[in-house]
Design a protein around this ligand. Structure first.
Ligand code: FE2
Length: 477
């Protein structure tokens, strides 16, 4: 009898231990929805615009958040606690900034002091008082995994076609559900731009923020050409270290952040201001001399698969502006989107393939930069036929299927994996092992910097021409 009791006790202990381990990995509560449940949620929320955007902070110990509130009563306050009943909360106060209408302002707050592997609950002060408490679980800081989804491109203009926007929103919800269920250890989501379709409609952002997953998943959103058709990105995001430069105008801006050992440089590739882009990269790299990895993010796909690479804008202008920056600052990988084609390059240096980067393999201290282009999340279907270039290492030819990528860092490795967005089938993977620091083999930048002065000048000339073209065209393509 005693023996049975001991065995039962042991089994119970093991079950509790297993549950603890499992629950610590299950960082995202089940927020899956049927199409009908989503339609109800959409109908309930579609006419509002006060859902908050949870964004990455300047580093892993911070979280940014913003939301719209009534201009007459708005107070930019957030409470953060380690208890679900919000006891022992810490309150953070931010600032109110203008919104797209006079009736509202945008409340912007930064939460600080986030510790690794900790469960938090937070509330923001909205028009109806304190919101309910939402759970945010931080993950590891030194070793972690983040996720990449491109061209979320919520569109459809609800006033004209709410059914279509609801349908698109459900695709976004479903990809998040699939990706986060299979990868509960994701720290944040990185998007290389085209988060919305028209860039002008608040309801696009409302739909983008409808999946409850976004309450617990910080976003790092680059600007795409579709976002740039309007100014809404300005009012619905709160990115860290925004860099407004000397020559940027309107929505133009870059931003950077640090997460663990990784420095993320996020460029607004719709601005040709080379001088500003380089200044941002210099600022970020100088402020993070100890970062082990440097990652670039831009919207248009340098070295993506597809005929779009023949377009002068991508092939010549953007290549001339961005590639030298990536070489000068010795980036490891660059994430792009725009063409709605999932693909990845071999190792490239100054436009030349300097090494193969075969799927499924590990490369130690490679030369060159990998360029990974994302598929589109909600606007499925490529804009053109697939075409594989000599620099293409991997391409997913079924552009009607959504995809997502994960990027996982350990002490010495970065593993990039791409999965189908509907069933998480592994499509492509590559691992880079790094045993050397950036100072072990420094890039000689003297002549590059001199040469780049020409690009900076030509970039300013292009910007002036682009201003005229955009004003005639009525916005970016
Ligand atoms: Fe685009």
């Amino acid at each position: 009898m005693k023996r049975i009791f001991k065995v039962t006790a042991l089994l119970l202990s093991l079950m509790i231990a297993f549950q603890c381990v499992f629950s610590s990995a299950a960082a995202f509560d089940d927020k899956s929805m049927t199409q009908e449940e989503w339609n109800d949620r959409y109908a309930q929320l579609r006419d509002e615009n006060t859902l908050p955007t949870l964004c990455v902070g300047a580093d892993e110990t911070q979280l940014n958040i913003c939301w719209h509130a009534d201009a007459k009563t708005a107070q930019p306050k957030v409470r953060l606690a380690k208890n679900a009943d919000m006891s022992g909360y810490v309150e953070f106060t931010g600032e109110n900034t203008p919104a797209e209408t006079q009736e509202q302002v945008v409340c912007r707050v930064t939460m600080t002091g986030i510790e690794k592997n900790t469960t938090y609950y937070y509330q923001w002060l909205g028009d109806n008082g304190w919101s309910e408490a939402y759970k945010y679980e931080s993950k590891g800081f030194d070793s972690y995994k983040m996720m990449l989804i491109g061209d979320i491109q919520i569109g459809g203009q609800s006033t004209d076609n709410p059914e279509e926007q609801s349908r698109i929103g459900y695709v976004w919800q479903s990809v998040l559900d699939e990706a986060l269920t299979k990868n509960p250890d994701i720290s944040f989501l990185l998007s290389p731009g085209d988060n919305t379709s028209t860039g002008k409609a608040a309801d696009e952002w409302q739909t983008l923020l409808m999946p409850e997953y976004t309450r617990s998943l910080p976003l790092a959103l680059a600007i795409g050409n579709h976002d740039k058709k309007g100014m809404m990105y300005e009012y619905y995001t709160h990115m860290p270290n925004e860099f407004f430069g000397q020559y940027f105008t309107g929505l133009d801006r870059d931003f950077w952040f640090r997460y663990g050992d990784v420095l993320y440089l996020v460029f607004d590739a719709c601005s040709g201001s080379a001088a500003d882009h380089r200044a941002m990269a210099a600022e970020a790299v100088e402020a993070n001399p100890d970062a082990k990895w440097r990652i670039g993010v831009m919207h248009q796909g340098l070295y993506a698969p597809g005929i779009a690479m023949l377009e002068p804008e991508t092939n010549m202008l953007l290549n001339a502006v961005f590639q030298p920056i990536y070489e000068m600052y010795d980036l490891d990988i660059v994430f792009t989107g725009h063409t709605h084609m999932q693909g990845r390059s071999n190792f490239i240096s100054d436009g030349v393939v300097v090494g193969m980067a075969e799927s499924g393999k590990t490369y130690k201290d490679p030369n060159g930069i990998i360029y990974l282009n994302t598929n589109a999340c909600c606007d499925q279907g490529s804009m053109e036929d697939m075409y594989l270039w000599p620099y293409t290492a991997y391409a997913f030819e079924d552009a009607d299927v959504t995809t997502y990528s994960t990027v996982e860092f350990t002490d010495t490795t970065m593993s990039v994996k791409t999965f189908r967005g509907d069933n998480s089938e592994l499509l492509d993977s590559i691992t880079i092992e790094k045993t050397k620091g950036f100072d072990d083999n420094p890039v000689s930048v003297f002549f590059r910097t001199l040469l780049y002065k020409v690009v900076e000048f030509l970039g300013l000339v292009y910007m002036k021409i682009d201003e005229v073209v955009v004003s005639i065209r009525g916005g970016h393509f």
